[in-house]
Each structure stands twice: as C-alpha cells, then as structure tokens.
Design a protein around this ligand. Structure first.
Ligand SMILES: *Cc1c(COP(=O)(O)O)cnc(C)c1O
Length: 447
C-alpha cells in the first residue's frame, strides 16, 4: 500500500506516522468487516479513497469553526459568545510578543495582571472593586471559599440550580467548605425565611439566578434590594450569582426581566458574580464585582493563583469591555448583542440576500424557503424568551431532513441546523452575512 500513488503523494506532504496511522485505520475497518463475514472491497481504488478520507480526518484540527444555524445565540456546545472583530488588535498585540501582563511601566516594577480590567469593570458596573478568574464557576468557588468556609450560606430552595456541565449550587458550596442552609420552599421563599435562618454560624446570604429554567404560577422570591437590606441589618455579606452578567439594558429590543450587574450593585448587593462569555459577549471568564472589603481577602487567597486568567483571555476581555464604554459601539460591535437586537425584518432581508446569492449555483431538486420561527438567547439567560426570527428551510427531493442535517454537519465548514415540523432549517439570526459562502458549500454537498 505504501507504493500506491495516493499514499506516496500523501507521504510527500505529511509526516510518515500520520500516513501510517490512516492506512492502519483503513485496514482495521476492512478486517473487522471481513471477520463479521461482510463482503469487503479490497481493490486499490476503494481503499485509496478510504485512506484519503481517513487522512483528511486525521490532519484537520479537532477544534474548528462551525456555522451556528441552531437558533441559540449563546450556544454552550458551540463555544458560547463569538468574540468581536474589534478585539483582534488586542489579541494580536499580546499573543505574538511580550506585554505588560505583570509589569508596571510607570515604576518599572512588577504589576498586577488583574489591573488591566479591574478599573473598566468598576466603571461599567459602579462597583468599588473587581476581580477576574477563569469562569463563573471559579468565581463562585473563590468567593464561597473566602467568605463562607465552615460557615452557613443561606440560599432559597427555589435557587439550588443545576446548569449544564455538572455545575450545581449545592455541590460547589460543598466543594468550598461552605455549609448549605436551605430556606423557603421550592416555589416560594420570603424575606422572613432568610431572617429566621440567620444565626452566629451564618457567613453569607446568597441569591442565584435560576439560569436555564423558570418557575411560573404561585411563586415568590425575595428582591435583591430587600436581601441586601437584610444583610446590612445583620452585618452579613450578600452575594448574587447573576449567571449571564448583563452589562446593558436590552429592554428596547424586547429583552427584559434580567437586571444588569450595575443594578444589583445599586440595590446594595455586596458581591455579584457572572460569566464573561454569556450576555457580556467576551471570552470565557468569571467576574466578581463588589465591595473592596470582600474582594481583598479573595485577592490574597491561594486559590486565586490556581484560577487565574491567561493573557489572551485578559486581552480579549479588556477589548470587549472597552466597547461597552460607548453603548452604541457595544451594540454594533459585540456579536451577541448584535444578534439579540436584530429585528425579524432585518433577518428577512438577510434571508432574501442569501437566496439571491445561492439560487445561481443551487443543485437541482433543492428547494429553499424563508419561514417565520423563534430563536432563544441561551447561555442560561431569559429561559422563557423566544425572539421572532427568520428560518431558511431546506429540502431536497428524495432526501430526509436527517440526511440533510448530517450532510450539513459534514460540510467543509460544518453547518449546524435543526429539524422542526419535519423540515431541516437554519436560523438566520446566528448566521452572519460573511458566513454565506459556507452555506453555499454545504448546499453543494446535497448534490
Ligand atoms: C452559567 C452559569 C454559571 C457558570 O458559569 P461558567 O462561566 O460557565 O462557569 C453559574 N451560575 C449561573 C446562574 C449560570 O447561569
């Protein structure tokens, strides 16, 4: 086989062990088939073809670009928030050379890596101090460990949430050494429930955003401002895990019900934790803002060193936060905000543009149609919100929607769509115009 033209050509371009591994894989698959008693073609043409597919799979990166047509803006499995292009110069400056990561240019002495974003976060949220770690789970772990180890953290029974990826509030409290003190009932918790649970063992009053679920009907929860007042009365810190971490009011786009981080601070909450790569639209990070007296012990805690951020993340976060200094710029430049605020009318004209573009080169038998649909924000924010959107529905004579979905997934740049009402469709809210060419390539695979 090493002498076959397909293999000798591959050997000129790729390392020998990689080529050998692909050949062995092809043979192993053939051998398995033979042992099962199947008819296995062993001619050079067939095996060369299989070899090339195996090699292509082996040399293409595992982590790669996909087009999100699934209709979920902050899609955790697809990498959550796409970064703004405006962040590229920040990454470029820091990635390929040396930087001021921990160097103070004014004094020529060692600096603090967290300084690069702390001031911005304080300005954008009105908080006194800010700290950044790897993700929101780490932010909670650090805060709970510092403030509440060996003491009781009081949480409503309605907020003991599990979000995806095995993150559960009771577990993270256990890990931090905090003692979970549940109050209230599943659907209703009142201020008197928190107050009745306060004792000399109490370390923290904690409120958690229910993330990806919502309770409707006969429900009651305590407003953050009231919990903050209760904390002040008993000299106990209050913390809100805001989850998604919205820095801007999006009510005018029909997106309401989530307080901004700044609002929590104004209501007197001592500490707020949130993610960098959800509604904020930046890189994966966990942000803690609040009173300096609570953040100082976190800054000095050995855990902080284990949870610290990498310079690339810091560069992307600083770049993203700077966009928020001008709200119009943030809306225009941050993909998550742009995708959430785009209207169905704009999406329809995007769809028409796409149809004009692809109709010329469309294989026969394929029909495309623009239909109304609904998209969701995702990322544990606004679980009940459905945004009116435009779907590109794709069908092909004699091909099932499952087959179309599979071919799109295996396109040169994979395109992820969904099947609803028995048809395969792509939500145009999360497909940018600059990605149209990938849709064209995916459509060709239906030929
Ligand atoms: C997403 C989320 C987290 C976890 O944040 P990561 O940044 O993914 O670690 C924690 N709490 C809530 C309420 C969330 O929505």
């Amino acid at each position: 086989m090493l002498l076959w033209p397909a293999v000798t050509a591959a050997l000129r371009e790729h390392p020998r062990p990689v080529v050998l591994a692909a050949l062995r894989l092809v043979l192993a698959v053939a051998r398995k088939g033979l042992l099962r008693g199947e008819v296995v073609p062993l001619d050079e043409d067939t095996l060369s073809h299989r070899f090339r597919s195996a090699l292509d799979a082996a040399i293409s990166p595992s982590l790669r670009k996909v087009v999100n047509g699934a209709g979920i803006v902050i899609h955790t499995n697809l990498g959550r928030a796409p970064l703004s292009r405006a962040v590229a110069p920040f990454l470029d400056d820091v990635a390929y050379g040396y930087s001021t990561l921990e160097y103070d240019l004014a004094t020529g002495e060692r600096g603090d890596r967290l300084e690069h974003v702390a001031g911005l976060l304080c300005r954008l949220t009105g908080a006194e101090a800010a700290l950044v770690v790897n993700n929101n789970a780490a932010a909670l772990l650090l805060a709970l460990t510092t403030l509440c180890t060996g003491r009781e953290g009081i949480v409503s029974r309605g907020e003991l949430v599990e979000i995806g990826g095995a993150f559960r509030i009771p577990d993270i409290m256990g890990q931090s050494g905090a003692i979970l003190r549940e109050v209230g009932s599943t659907n209703r918790t009142h201020l008197r429930d928190y107050e009745g649970a306060i004792s000399p063992a109490t370390g923290l009053l904690l409120k958690v955003h229910p993330s990806n679920f919502a309770m409707v009907g006969f429900t009651a929860e305590v407003a953050p401002a009231d919990l903050a007042s209760l904390g002040k009365k008993y000299a106990l810190p209050t913390m809100v895990d805001a989850g998604s971490g919205c820095l801007m009011d999006l009510t005018r786009f029909g997106i309401s019900g989530e307080p901004t981080v700044g609002e929590f601070i104004r209501w007197g909450v001592d500490l707020v934790t949130f993610s960098g790569d959800k509604l904020l639209g930046g890189p994966q990070a966990g942000i803690i803002v609040g009173g300096e007296e609570f953040l100082r012990p976190m800054r000095n805690h050995p855990l902080l060193r284990a949870l610290r951020l990498d310079k690339l993340t810091l560069a992307a976060l600083e770049g993203t936060l700077r966009l928020y200094l001008d709200q119009r710029q943030a809306l225009a430049e941050i993909p998550v905000l742009r995708m959430l605020s785009v209207s169905a009318a704009e999406l329809r004209s995007r769809g028409r543009k796409l149809l004009r573009r692809v109709r010329k080169s469309l294989p026969v038998g394929i029909s495309l149609e623009l239909t109304d649909g609904l998209s969701s924000p995702g990322g544990g924010s606004y679980p009940l919100l459905a945004l009116p959107t435009i779907l590109l529905t794709i069908s092909r004579d004699g091909m099932s929607p499952q087959e179309i979905q599979m071919r799109f997934r295996n396109a040169p740049v994979p395109v992820i769509g969904r099947i609803s009402s028995g048809r395969f469709s792509l939500d145009l809210r999360t497909v940018a115009e600059e990605e149209f060419s990938y849709l064209v390539s995916a459509l060709r695979t239906l030929d």
